[in-house]
Design a protein around this ligand. Structure first.
Ligand code: BTN
Length: 244
């Protein structure tokens, strides 16, 4: 992995997206001062102070898009969960890639793809950007201003967390799994994902663009999709969306 540290930036994802051709494969763009972080569903990711992580992993796999690329956020989610566990907390996964501790969000992932449409070859992928924000050392006063229940690793452990060490653990673990994951797909981590899934066998509402599906979350399929069963026993497989 290469590391590209930025003293201050609006968004590490935006930075990487705009310079995709100048950034090497397997580069971690990171900052401790992100002023306009982006979140999923057009939300923003607030700045929680300089002792937290704001990072984007830039990947350049094959130019033709493979389905497994859309599962990379789930790989990063499992990697983050494993690192949280090294600090003695019990992370729970909310499909597809949120991590919560004691019912409160502690990290979020935003994946963005950059590509071009080629007249002959169709869509050509230039790069994937896996952005992640982790609340490592945030004050309760700041967390209480967030629009959803949120926590931070220092609060859960009662200890100050070294951000450089945490970032190194995440990126090293991600590298360890990455090549095999591209070959084997979500199945490689399915058990590790399901073991921490907090939403299974619960009634959930899932937003997919401007539609909302409700039902019992009965499973996560071998390719990472969410299987819902509605009150008429009808099954729905959701490839993308957010549990509300
Ligand atoms: C979410 O909504 O849960 C996803 C949040 C992702 C935030 C991270 S922070 C680093 C990277 N740069 C951004 O602008 N967003 C992601």
């Amino acid at each position: 992995m290469e590391f590209l540290y930025l003293e201050e930036i609006d968004s590490t994802n935006k930075y990487a997206k705009e310079r995709i051709n100048d950034i090497n494969d397997m580069t971690v763009v990171y900052t401790f001062k992100q002023t306009a972080g982006r979140g999923r569903l057009q939300r923003k990711w607030s700045y929680m102070g300089e002792d937290n992580i704001y990072a984007s992993i830039v990947l350049k796999p094959s130019r033709d898009y493979k389905e497994v690329y859309s599962n990379l956020t789930q790989l990063l989610c499992v990697v983050l969960a494993e690192v949280f566990e090294e600090y003695g907390v019990e992370p729970q996964i909310k499909w597809p890639n949120d991590i919560r501790v004691n019912g409160k969000k502690i990290s979020g992932i935003l994946a963005e793809g950059v590509g071009v449409n080629d007249k002959e070859k169709g869509y050509l992928l230039q790069g994937l950007i896996l952005g992640f924000g982790v609340n490592l050392n945030t004050k309760i006063e700041i967390l209480s201003k967030i629009d959803q229940p949120a926590t931070s690793l220092n609060i859960e452990t009662g200890k100050f967390i070294d951000k450089e060490i945490f970032l190194k653990k995440v990126t090293e673990k991600f590298c360890l799994y990455y090549n095999r994951f591209i070959e084997e797909g979500f199945l490689l981590i399915r058990d590790d994902y399901l073991r921490r899934a907090e939403f299974l066998n619960k009634e959930v509402a899932v937003k997919v663009f401007d539609k909302t599906y409700t039902g019992i979350a009965v499973d996560v399929t071998p390719n990472g999709a969410l299987k819902l069963r509605d009150k008429n026993n009808k099954e729905q497989i959701l490839l993308i969306g957010d549990i509300l």
